[in-house]
Design a protein around this ligand. Structure first.
Ligand code: HEC
Length: 170
């Protein structure tokens, strides 16, 4: 009896291996990429590439175990959901409000060690962040929010409101 169950499980496992996930990365326009647009310091860029871009960009690198089911489905799910929530490859298409909100969430999630997903760092030790790296990344996100806000306020201020905007600064 037990032997039959084991054999059946093995058979199911083998059959699952015929299901492949789609590993083709969607097209990415470098001009729309977060890196091109915000030009972060090298260390921040390297953190983003090694800790976030596999799930939050169209430049995913798939490790070997994404050839093994059902792990591959589970990982693909994270990638699809991750891109859906925040896609650094499409940064240039985000409205000011959306970009600002994503950065705000980013600070929070990195601070609370929710990102990068802990299940991801099991297999990607290079993606694990030290406290210093977390502070570097959240510091950059915060700085970026401030400069985006300043730019937004400038463009939002119509000529008639210029005086008012000036008053505000003083
Ligand atoms: C293994 C895949 C994976 C990695 C790596 C990863 N994320 Fe995520 N991220 C997700 C998924 C899945 C979600 C959506 C579910 C959730 O919020 O937990 C998400 C959600 C987010 C959100 C929330 C967006 C919103 O609007 O609520 C932010 C911000 C975020 N991630 C930032 C990051 C940053 C910054 C990094 C790198 C330090 C990172 N993530 C690394 C998978 C990942």
């Amino acid at each position: 009896m037990a032997k039959k169950i084991v054999l059946a499980l093995i058979a199911v496992f083998i059959i699952l291996q015929f299901f492949r996930i789609d590993k083709e990365n969607p097209a990415a326009d470098p001009a729309m990429d977060f890196m091109t647009i915000t030009n972060p310091p090298a260390e921040v860029a390297s953190i983003l590439k090694s800790s976030c871009y596999d799930c939050h960009s169209n430049q995913t690198k798939y490790p070997w175990y994404t050839n093994v089911q059902p792990v591959a489905w589970w990982i693909k799910d994270h990638i699809d959901e991750g891109r859906d929530e925040l896609n650094f490859s499409e940064w240039g298409t985000y409205s000011y409000r959306r970009a600002d909100h994503k950065l705000e969430e980013g600070v929070e999630m990195v601070d609370e060690e929710e990102m990068p997903l802990p299940s991801y760092t099991w297999g990607h030790s290079e993606a694990r962040l030290s406290t210093e790296q977390r502070e570097l990344l959240t510091g950059w996100f915060t700085e970026l929010r401030a400069s985006m806000k300043a730019a937004q306020d400038t463009t939002a201020a119509a000529p008639a409101e210029e005086e008012h905007a000036d008053d505000h600064e003083h």
